[in-house]
Design a protein around this ligand. Structure first.
Ligand code: FE2
Ligand code: FE2
Length: 137
């Protein structure tokens, strides 16, 4: 389960793209660590770092969306809140996960939630980002 970021996922903003790419790298790192038998504590550390990165990313992305006057801003922000709540809730499962399978499931859930958001929601705003750039030229 290795994930590769590709240009098709670009939203046209350097900071946001680099944050999205960094999530892929982090996820791949934890998946490899798990494959070589990483303990629960390591996955917990990944999870809490991931939440910090996610909070920063959502803040930066919402700043961008506000800047380009994204018409569906409220919906997008609500999606961020829901995603953050579900990713945060995984901490409880993680706290009592003992088997490799359980740990992998938590990582997989985290990844799926994020990738779905990127592929469905983040892709919806990219034409506003490139549109705003074209206007400023
Ligand atoms: Fe995003
Ligand atoms: Fe987003």
């Amino acid at each position: 389960m290795q994930m590769t970021w590709n240009q098709a996922l670009s939203v046209g903003d350097e900071l946001i793209d680099s944050q999205h790419r960094a999530f892929f790298d982090e996820v791949n790192a934890v998946v490899s660590a798990l494959a070589s038998g990483a303990p629960r504590q390591q996955v917990q550390r990944f999870h809490s770092d991931f939440i910090i990165g996610l909070a920063r990313h959502f803040r930066d992305e919402e700043l961008l969306l506000a800047r380009v006057n994204y018409p569906d801003f409220d919906h997008h922000q609500a999606e961020h809140r829901a995603l953050m709540a579900s990713v945060t809730a995984l901490a409880e499962i993680l706290a009592c996960a003992d088997t490799h399978t359980e740990l992998l499931m938590v990582v997989r859930n985290t990844v799926t939630a994020l990738v779905e958001h990127m592929a469905l929601e983040d892709m919806r705003y990219r034409r506003y980002v490139s549109g705003s750039r074209a206007e400023s030229w």
